[in-house]
Design a protein around this ligand. Structure first.
Ligand code: AMP
Length: 565
């Protein structure tokens, strides 16, 4: 099949060819002729990565009269990233058409600029629901000339609570329009929309659960909850050439993981809803241009991101809604390439893997977190490959050659190579010498005493100390080591200033030497532990000295956040 056979006109075919598209994807082949030939409604069950933007974008622009300035095409999608992306694509498709004006409207950007662009006569408007409603209410946009309304990622729009906005928007468009709806899943609410607004829609299903997974290798690793972060570092170290996404469940977790990784020298940046529009744009730009290797993102912020050649999708935590696993994994293995989807689970989460296997219709393979030897070998070979691939700038080096030669004259070629490799590598080797095995099994207890760094058994402070209460405990997967790390990283104190620690069910106590205790509450306030908020307060010294664990537990009721003293 070729694009010529789909019924597209010459100007559009030329633009398609400029984009390097040679063969229509399945959804394009199935939908484009139908959409061109008739005024049918369409319901497409398809994910991003299947080529659906062109599947609706190409027929959309062919059906629009660009001599007129009326708004004839309306595309509604859930996020501004996707909105910008669709706009970019439709502009590229229509570049040989007369005076096309494709305008993106989304929240978080100047509404006045958007109104000005619309006033110039936008034949196609690509919008997020909230901002579009705003524009309609301000009477800055008229939808009565719309011929085609596209609802992209309908399931996600409904998940995000845009149901009423969508109803309102569609009520402003003429009955006679065609409605093309795309959704990765088909929950009840999406069905409702199709029933309410569509008339005997033409249905296409592509990239069904099984086929999308075809060129994605699905892997999971089991670690203790407290080792999640260390495990992520191992994976990043094991795949030094990764160009990927790390998915977290919450904005806080995303910010925290990205910040920690960045501090430790990893080439990452964050993308989540607490960032300003400018910060999000900057993050996307860096990722697109590959100035950063890894984007740490929430599901919503990363929805619909279309960046080719993503090699790995890493699930720092599996999504709460297992259906989202498919969307996340769909960021890799695009346009015929292959990719990996790597999930970290704790010892109690195997059932989630089983659920996801059912949804994607394929097996998720268990693998061990790479050990230090595997990682050292991968890193070493990546370095050697980089060195081998480096072009030598002889002109520049010539100037210094005599000096360099003099320094190295007593070494053999092998010795010189070893020295260069070691210069790059010694620190890394040292780090991994000390690292242990992070793999856990279902039978492991996922909390309590451990060998984790900082989890010393007898912590006795010599001088005065201040005791603190924190409403995190075993139930939140906190243990002594994790508590020490949490206190040190958030408040900046040294672990030797931490004294006795008691970790209970839903709360814990820890002592800090008086001299270091001042900044604890301020330093820890507003931070989170593995995405969970917590409260830290100064509390009274421990009475008696005997471990009255039982008594305390009783008084607090053992609840998370149960009160102290
Ligand atoms: P989409 O599902 O619309 O997000 O598209 C996924 C990716 O595939 C985008 O990078 C498109 O530019 C690319 N693409 C879409 N259609 C084709 C095609 N027929 N041939 C090659 N690449 C395509």
């Amino acid at each position: 099949m070729t694009f010529e056979k789909l019924g597209l006109n010459a100007d559009i075919l030329k633009a398609v060819s400029d984009l390097g598209f040679e063969i229509p994807s399945e959804i394009q082949e199935k939908s484009i002729p139908q959409l061109l030939e008739s005024d049918t409604d369409l319901m497409g069950l398809a994910q991003t990565g299947t080529g659906k933007t062109a599947a609706f974008g190409l027929p959309l622009i062919q059906k629009i009269d660009f001599e007129s300035k009326d708004t004839q095409g309306l595309v509604i999608c859930p996020t501004r990233e996707l909105c910008n992306q669709i706009t970019r694509d439709i502009k590229a498709f229509s570049k040989y058409l007369p005076r096309p004006n494709v305008v993106a409207v989304y929240g978080g950007a100047s509404i006045d600029n958007q109104i000005r662009s619309i006033k110039r006569g936008a034949q196609v408007i690509v919008a997020t629901p909230g901002r579009l409603v705003d524009l309609i209410k301000r009477k800055a946009i008229k939808l009565e000339t719309v011929k085609i309304a596209v609802l992209d990622e309908a399931d996600e729009m409904l998940n995000m609570g845009f149901k009423e906005d969508i109803d309102f928007i569609l009520s402003q468009t003429p009955q006679t329009k065609s409605t093309w709806l795309f959704s990765a899943t088909m929950p009840k609410e999406v069905r409702r929309i199709t029933k309410e607004y569509m008339d005997d829609p033409f249905e296409v299903t592509v990239g069904t659960k099984n086929t999308t997974a075809k060129n994605i290798e699905h892997v999971y690793y089991m670690v203790k909850e407290r080792d999640r972060y260390l495990a992520i570092k191992r994976l990043l170290d094991f795949y030094p050439d990764i160009f990927g996404l790390i998915f977290c469940r919450t904005k806080r977790e995303t910010g925290m993981i990205s910040e920690k990784l960045e501090k430790e020298g990893y080439n990452v940046t964050a993308l989540h809803g607490d960032l300003s529009q400018a910060q999000r744009d900057a993050a996307m730009k860096k990722f697109r241009e590959r100035t950063v290797q890894v984007l740490v993102a929430t599901d919503v912020a990363a929805r619909g991101i279309d960046v080719d050649s993503v090699t790995h999708v890493i699930h720092y935590n599996l999504p709460d809604d297992v259906e989202n696993y498919t969307h996340r994994s769909g960021r890799t293995a695009r346009a015929g390439k292959s990719g990996m989807s790597l999930s970290l689970i704790n010892t109690k989460e195997s059932y989630k893997i089983r659920q996801i296997e059912k949804i994607i219709g394929s097996k998720i393979e268990y693998k061990k977190i790479p050990g230090s030897d595997d990682i050292r070998e991968q890193q070493m070979m990546a370095l050697v490959d980089r060195v081998v691939a480096t072009e030598v700038n002889e002109n520049e080096l010539d100037k210094y050659w005599d000096m360099i030669y003099e320094k190295f004259q007593n070494y053999s070629a092998e010795e010189v190579v070893m020295k260069f490799i070691s210069a790059e590598f010694n620190k890394f080797i040292e780090y991994y010498k000390k690292s242990g095995d992070l793999n856990a099994s279902k039978n492991d207890k996922d909390s309590g005493g451990s060998n984790a760094r900082g989890d010393k058994k007898n912590r006795n402070l010599s001088g005065d100390s201040q005791r603190f209460f924190i409403n995190l405990g075993e139930k939140q997967n906190l243990n002594k080591g994790a508590l020490v790390r949490l206190v040190c990283t958030t408040s900046g104190i040294n672990s030797k200033d931490i004294g006795r620690i008691e970790v209970h069910g839903g709360y814990s106590f820890f002592e800090v030497s008086k001299s270091a205790s001042k900044g604890i509450v301020a330093g820890m306030t507003g931070k989170d532990y593995e995405g969970k908020d917590f409260v830290v307060e100064e509390t009274e010294p421990r009475k008696g000295g005997g471990g009255s664990y039982k008594g305390r537990k009783k008084r607090s009721g053992g609840r998370s956040g149960g009160r102290r003293r």
